[in-house]
Structures are given as structure tokens and as C-alpha cells.
Design a protein around this ligand. Structure first.
Ligand SMILES: [Zn+2]
Length: 334
């Protein structure tokens, strides 16, 4: 990681306005996402090391609130390296660092499907919209196929605990993701997911939800999905080319996204899907510094590594993706 925490902290410290309040002149009013006191913001940014250094972060006093791994407790009692037999942690708000990696480098082949619109495209839609639109009937065929083939839906959290700690995965795991937070996800995907007993991660653009923009899911809808077991994760505060954001803007993106989801949903996001898949080491480091656990790309592939948690690959589902093509994607080896 080329970027030190100090740098992030400095960026935040020097640019408190960006961290705590006013965005640039081009942004819409920030809404509740921007209300965290600057001191807290700084504390959150400086409290934790990025994942690469996480194994040594023995001083963090907040280990207790770590979300429980969903894997069964048979996952070996090897809490081995956990340096957290702490003197009782202080009752501060800021929860959990990182699931302490056990030091083992792991790879796992888990297909992560990437959906966008879940509806027929409107008449006159441009080719991007058409390409990104999967009809509900087609989606149901995908779900039925996955079920018939014995695929078991897991979450990004399951994958992360597997890569960092060796928690077991089912034999044929699959992860479903939806980018952008379109309202047809709630209307069409959500009922089908429930019908088939699948879970999915929804990556939302928080400023769009804050503004209640038409065509996108509202916070009420996102809360309902979260209550039904869906994960609500970050697709940045606004959908921009993040590598071109300067440090202040990037802090605004990272913190704004996390704070909005945390306050609206009641659970903070741990994963970012980079808008349009664009990221670099600096972008990843900013998210890692704010205790995100992983970055999801649009690079094609299924093979994930504990060394590259901010470069998680996916398989793009298109309007033209038939069940036969889905089967070919699922067989993707790399
Ligand atoms: Zn997007």
C-alpha cells in the first residue's frame, strides 16, 4: 500500500470540511451522511490499520464486536494468532477492526455474479441499458438453474472469513451481487431471491438514495431487504471515476457512503464495489483505512486470494446471458 494511514489521517485532518460537511460546489446537499463529528471521523480513520498490516494491530481495543462468522463453529478452534485476549474493551461506539487473518495465504474459486437492472429495458433504451437489463423471467431461470445444480448462495462475508481464517465454504458456493441500487432490484429481484431462498449483496450509491431519486431504491426499501437477510454495501457516495478523485473527494466518498448506510440501515458496509470497476492502490487504501474489508471489481474471474481482498473478481451477467452461458461462466477457472 503506497498510502500510509498517516496520509489518510492528514488528508482528513487537513480537510475536515470534506470529512465532516460541505462537499464541493458541484455536489448536492449532503444530508445526514455528513454529520459525523470530525473528531470521530479522524478516530475512525486512524484507529485501524489497512488489511495488509492488520495482523499486527494488537493494540486495537475494539475486537469484541466482530460480526460472527457464519461458518459453523467446527471451523477449527484455531483462534491461534488472535492477539485479542484483551483487557476489557472500552465501551466506545466504533466497532470492530478486521477479522484477524491467521497468516495463511488462501485462494478460493467462488463465482460472484454481477447484475444491474432487473427488468425489461424501456422502449428506446440505449445499448448500455439494454445490455445491463436482465428480465425477471430470465433471472428466475438463473436461480432455478443454480438451485438445480446444487449451488449454495453464500455472502461476501463468508468468502472473506474463508480467505482470512479458513472458515469452511459449501462445495458449490455462489455469490449474487447487484450494482447501482435500481428500484427494479426491489420490485423484481427481491421477491424471486426470497422465493428461491437466495441472498445477495446490493451495492448502492448513497447520495442517490439520500436524494430519493426516481428509479433507485429508497432507504425504506433497502431496510426491508436488509431485514430479510440481504447485504447493503457501498457503491460510493456518487458514481464517479474514483482514481481521479483527489484525496479530499475520496475521503468524502468513502466516509459518506459508509456513514449513510450505517445510519440508515443500522449496519455499516464492509465491501465497496468500485463504480464502473475503476480503482487503483490509492482508492483501495482509502477504503481499507476506513475499515472496509474488501473491494469488488468488474474484472472477469472467479479465483480470489487472501492477498487481494480489494481486487475481488466477478462474472458479468448480461441481457444475453442464457442459462447455457451462465453455466459456462460458472465454470470459469481463473
Ligand atoms: Zn455502477
Amino acid at each position: 500500500m503506497p498510502l500510509s494511514i498517516l496520509a489518510v489521517s492528514l488528508a482528513c485532518g487537513l480537510l475536515l470540511a470534506a470529512c465532516g460537511a460541505a462537499p464541493g460546489p458541484t455536489e448536492p446537499a449532503a444530508g445526514r451522511a455528513a454529520t459525523a463529528p470530525a473528531a470521530e471521523v479522524n478516530a475512525e480513520l486512524t484507529a485501524t490499520l489497512p488489511p495488509a498490516a492488520a495482523a499486527t494491530s494488537t493494540a486495537t481495543p475494539t475486537a469484541v464486536a466482530t460480526p460472527t462468522p457464519t461458518a459453523s463453529p467446527t471451523a477449527t478452534p484455531s483462534a491461534t494468532t488472535t492477539p485479542t485476549a484483551t483487557p476489557t474493551p472500552t465501551p466506545t461506539a466504533s466497532p470492530t477492526p478486521w477479522p484477524t487473518p491467521d497468516g495463511v495465504t488462501r485462494q478460493a474459486r467462488v463465482p460472484i455474479l454481477m447484475y444491474h437492472y432487473l427488468s425489461d429495458p424501456p422502449a428506446g433504451a440505449d445499448r448500455y441499458r439494454r445490455d445491463l437489463s436482465v428480465s425477471p423471467a430470465q433471472f428466475e431461470q438463473h436461480l432455478a438453474y443454480l438451485q438445480a445444480q446444487g449451488y449454495q448462495p453464500i455472502t461476501l462475508y463468508d468468502l472473506l472469513y474463508h480467505l482470512t481464517q479458513g472458515a469452511p465454504l459449501p462445495e458449490k458456493p455462489v455469490i449474487l451481487t447487484f450494482d447501482d441500487g435500481y428500484s427494479d432490484n426491489y420490485d423484481n429481484a427481491f421477491p424471486l431471491l426470497q422465493q428461491y431462498g437466495f441472498t445477495a449483496a446490493f451495492f448502492v450509491i448513497t447520495e442517490v438514495a439520500n436524494q430519493g431519486e426516481a428509479g433507485y431504491m429508497s432507504w425504506d426499501q433497502l431496510r426491508a431487504m436488509h431485514a430479510a437477510g440481504m447485504d447493503i454495501e457501498c457503491h460510493a457516495r456518487v458514481h464517479e471515476y474514483l482514481p481521479e478523485n483527489d484525496d479530499a473527494r475520496l475521503v468524502w466518498q468513502v466516509l459518506g457512503c459508509r456513514e449513510a448506510i450505517e445510519s440508515e440501515i443500522g449496519q455499516r458496509p464492509r465491501f465497496v464495489a468500485y463504480p464502473s470497476g475503476h480503482f487503483d492502490d490509492r482508492v483501495s487504501a482509502f477504503f481499507a483505512s476506513d475499515n472496509y474489508w474488501g473491494g469488488i471489481t468488474t474484472q472477469q474471474g472467479s479465483l480470489h486470494s487472501s492477498d487481494a481482498l480489494f481486487e475481488i473478481k466477478r462474472l458479468r451477467i448480461r441481457r444475453t446471458t442464457t442459462v447455457k452461458e451462465l453455466a459456462e461462466l460458472l465454470a470459469f477457472e481463473e
